[in-house]
Every structure is written in structure tokens, then in C-alpha cells.
Design a binder for this molecule. Structure first.
Ligand code: CA
Length: 223
């Protein structure tokens, strides 16, 4: 499956931008670089990127605020670029709707792999739209939205992927490691807290969703 398209990088360090441009263009992507959050938001509407790579430490408007503004009207996958050891940054980013994060310094190869994984998942989904009903809610993989009693909720890309995975395996107890592997597509980071943060967001957005915490193991969507 070929994956191409615009990738928007919002990052104030020119060196990182130059390096990533090289790697992404070699893989058939076009990297659009914005060096401030303000510029990034403009490019966001102009260029309709398929993935956004967003630095947390930007001059002026910081990455969190940019993330918040993008999420106000877009479900585009966002990968945050955080400082090494910035545990708080990671959690805040995920809570604001980022899909993933990569700690600096990162390998460009790994970042390219993450972007491809995000794109592959969204393409696979769009090929086979389905609806799964769980209790009072209906999860629509084609529209990537959830119908609830009084309307429609649109989770972020990653939250939706997570919910969909739970729904496809409803009734089963899934470990955090299993979920991380299936939804994030990697397990070497072992940061299972990422799963917990996304589950919390889903519960907040979808109070009717019957996600049960199975202590010491993981989660189960009741069928
Ligand atoms: Ca920076």
C-alpha cells in the first residue's frame, strides 16, 4: 500500500526540519514546514495535511495551544514532538487530543514509521466501513463517529481507533500491552499509561460507553 501526501511539520528548529524533509521526501511525502504555531495553523487550512508533527516547545503560541486549536475543527492525526523526559508534556498532549508523541532526540526513521502506521490504519478502516452497536451507542467506522442518544460524538483519530479495537473485541479482557500493540502499532516503548489517558478521554466524551477497568489486567468493553 503506497502512502503519500502532505505532512505538516510545526517546529522552530530549522535543523530538524531539514533532516525530516530529506527522510519524508525519500518516502514519497511532501513535508510542509512551519516554524511557528501561527504559521502552522495557516498551513493547516491551506494544505490539508494528512498528518501533523507538532513540536511542544515553540516560540509564541506553544504546541499545546496549537493542538487545541487544530482539534477544534479537525481530526487529523497529530504526533507531538516532546522534550526527552517530558512526562507531563506527553500526558497533556494526549489529553488535548494528540494521537501519539515522539521524544526528542528521535530517529527520523522511527518518525516516518509512526506516520506510515497512522496512515495505514486510517486507510484500512476507510476500505471497510462498518457499524458496531454497543449498548446505547453505535460506532461508525466509515464516518469515524459515534452515535449517542442525543447526537453524534467525533473522537480524535487515536481515540476512535482505540474504541474500535475494544468494540471489535467486545466482551473480552484486553491487556494494556495488547491494546498498545494493536492500536499504536508498537510495543517497544511500553508506555501503557498512554492507553489509560486515552480511555479516560473516551469516558469523558462518551459517558455512556461501557468500558470496564479490569484491575491489574486492562480493559473490557461490555457487550
Ligand atoms: Ca522547539
Amino acid at each position: 500500500m503506497t502512502v503519500t501526501g502532505n505532512i505538516l511539520l510545526i517546529e522552530d528548529e530549522q535543523e530538524i526540519a531539514d533532516l525530516l524533509e530529506l527522510f519524508f521526501e525519500r518516502e514519497g511525502f511532501r513535508l510542509i514546514h512551519a516554524s511557528t504555531g501561527e504559521e502552522g495553523l495557516v498551513r493547516m487550512t491551506e494544505r490539508d495535511p494528512r498528518v501533523v508533527l507538532l513540536d511542544v516547545g515553540l516560540p509564541g503560541m506553544d504546541g499545546f495551544e496549537v493542538c487545541r486549536r487544530i482539534r477544534a475543527d479537525s481530526e487529523v492525526p497529530i504526533i507531538m514532538l516532546t522534550a526527552r523526559g517530558g512526562e507531563i508534556d506527553k500526558i497533556v498532549g494526549l489529553e488535548l487530543g494528540a494521537d501519539d508523541y515522539v521524544a526528542k532526540p528521535f530517529s527520523p526513521r522511527e518518525l516516518v514509521a509512526r506516520v506510515k502506521a497512522v496512515l495505514r490504519r486510517s486507510e484500512e478502516r476507510s476500505l471497510m466501513p462498518r457499524i458496531i452497536e454497543v449498548g446505547e451507542i453505535a460506532i461508525d467506522s466509515g464516518r469515524r463517529e459515534v452515535k449517542v442518544e442525543d447526537g453524534v460524538v467525533r473522537p480524535t483519530a487515536r481515540e476512535f481507533d482505540l474504541l474500535w479495537y475494544l468494540a471489535e473485541h467486545r466482551g473480552l479482557v484486553l491487556s494494556r500491552g495488547q491494546i498498545l500493540q494493536a492500536v499504536w502499532g508498537y510495543d517497544y516503548l511500553g508506555e501503557t499509561r498512554t492507553v489509560d489517558v486515552h480511555i479516560r478521554q473516551l469516558r469523558k466524551k462518551l459517558p455512556g460507553v461501557p468500558i470496564e477497568t479490569v484491575w491489574g489486567v486492562g480493559y473490557r468493553l461490555e457487550s
